[in-house]
Ligand binder design. Sequence first.
Ligand code: RB5
Length: 147
Amino acid sequence: MKYIIGNDHGGIDLVDSVEEKLLELGHEVEKVGTFTKESCDYSDFAKIACEKVLNKEADFAVLICGTGIGMSLAANKFKGIRAACVSETYSAKMSRAHNNSNVLCIGSRVIGSEVAKMIVEIFATTEFEGGRHLKRVNKIKEIEENN
Ligand code: RB5
């Protein structure tokens, strides 16, 4: 699978750990975030990353800002993106198993690098369960179409 990593200045501290974990799991990684701590806008990087997922240039994205919240708010404005802002492992698992999330958002001011790596590993190794959850995800698509 190919993953995009996008980050603003607030998320920069987790980028290396996330990349390392994804490479260790055998995934391809493209980084589209800022490489400096100079203040910038998370929404710009959410846009670049989500467009790549929607254009099928990548399968998933991991977006990192200070809290993960701004990234998830921006990402979820894109039709077809299901971004989950996660800070513990149970939600990471459920975001894939039940919600078929295609974008993982984490906050580098919220979690440390070891928790981030566990979250990324669980996200990357959990399959969508489908079934009754597919019906619910399809209703999210309906909401997207009608609003
Ligand atoms: C930047 O200071 C911070 O607001 C940003 O990284 C993010 O946490 C927003 O949700």
